[in-house]
Write a protein that binds this ligand. Structure first.
Ligand code: HEC
Length: 303
């Protein structure tokens, strides 16, 4: 679709030259009409390509749907929300749709077993949150800043570069804290899953609730999974932590804990956030979970 914009401008520039070659007025007129029609078609094509045709993939337990913005506009109530935005660190107003309604439009039935949402961004960042959060804290799928064109957002700093949150960005109207829920931008997919099924390879199935491993898993799930995979399940922004070598096999526990607390002490320009808010017991639990997974590796030698 991008190519059509280029073609359109080349075509327009050529019109005066070509018109000059035409001898009679009728021909001139016809040519002008034809070229205007052509431009309109190209314009329609291009604006279609650059805005409404951007879709969001919704993966439900039983089906997968690509929802176009135009379909959402037709089927859903547009909401405008003003929030204190933790990504921009200032007040922002957006236009979008209630995420629960977007999922319903895609065919999600709330009685299904699914209990977790997994968001996937362009760069492989894949944060998750519980389905209950969605209902209690009113997530909104936004597609533009209020009053701007579709997919128009002010650029925001990510690492060292300025990026746009487009096409889609999930914000929360009511959240107990910004850290309690994910704020995924450059969103391309939302998956509604039964966590135990989707993440069967990293779920500590043999552990009962309350053990250090189970508690560590729950910390890992909310703090680490969005960037790291275990047994190749999870986010891809950071490295896989279990196969072929589990991190506890080559990091000493104390070093591993201080790395996780603040990796910038170890590596400049590092892309992992600090976890100074985790209590020492929570770090111990995460390590217990990681060590547990060492004995539950997938068979990564099989191709
Ligand atoms: C925002 C993404 C992100 C989150 C969240 C995150 N990490 Fe990381 N992590 C990274 C990246 C990127 C690296 C690669 C090295 C670097 O940038 O320092 C990394 C590296 C690591 C390493 C070193 C692996 C190695 O052998 O080099 C460990 C261990 C680790 N992370 C554990 C964790 C744990 C445990 C959590 C949760 C408490 C966590 N990470 C949360 C992005 C993340």
């Amino acid at each position: 679709m991008r190519g059509t914009g280029l073609q359109r401008s080349l075509f327009n520039e050529e019109i005066p030259k070509r018109v000059g070659h035409l001898k009679n007025n009728k021909g001139k007129q016809l040519f002008l009409i034809a070229s205007i029609l052509f431009s309109v078609v190209f314009w329609a094509f291009e604006s279609f390509g650059s805005s409404d045709s951007k879709s969001l993939t919704i993966v439900l337990p039983a089906r997968k749907v690509d929802l176009l913005l135009s379909q959402m506009k037709l089927g859903l109530k547009l909401v405008t929300v003003e929030i204190q935005d933790p990504v921009y660190k200032k007040t922002k107003a957006y236009d979008g749709f209630r995420l629960s309604e977007v999922l319903a439009l895609a065919g999600f039935e709330s009685k299904s077993l699914a209990n977790e949402l997994v968001f996937t961004s362009k760069d492989g960042y894949a944060p998750n949150t519980s389905f209950d959060n969605l209902l209690q804290q009113s997530a909104v799928l936004v597609f533009r800043e209020h009053g701007k064109k579709d997919f128009a957002f002010e650029k925001v700093l990510q690492g060292k570069s300025m990026i746009t949150p487009a096409p889609f960005y999930v914000i929360w109207e009511k959240a107990p804290s910004a850290e309690a829920v994910p704020w995924p931008y450059q969103l391309v997919q939302i998956e509604v899953v039964d966590f135990k099924v989707k993440y069967a390879k990293l779920y500590p199935l043999t552990e009962s609730a309350g053990t250090s491993v189970a508690k560590g898993f729950s910390v890992f799930k909310s703090e680490c999974l969005r960037c790291h995979s275990i047994n190749l399940q999870g986010g891809e922004l950071g490295p896989e932590l279990n196969v072929p070598k589990n991190v506890t096999e080559y990091w000493a526990p104390e070093i591993l804990k201080s790395f996780v607390r603040n990796s910038a002490d170890f590596r400049l320009r590092d892309k992992m956030p600090s976890f100074l808010h985790l209590k020492p017991e929570q770090l111990d639990d995460v390590l217990a979970y990681l060590a547990y997974m060492k004995d539950h590796k997938i068979d990564h030698t099989r191709k």
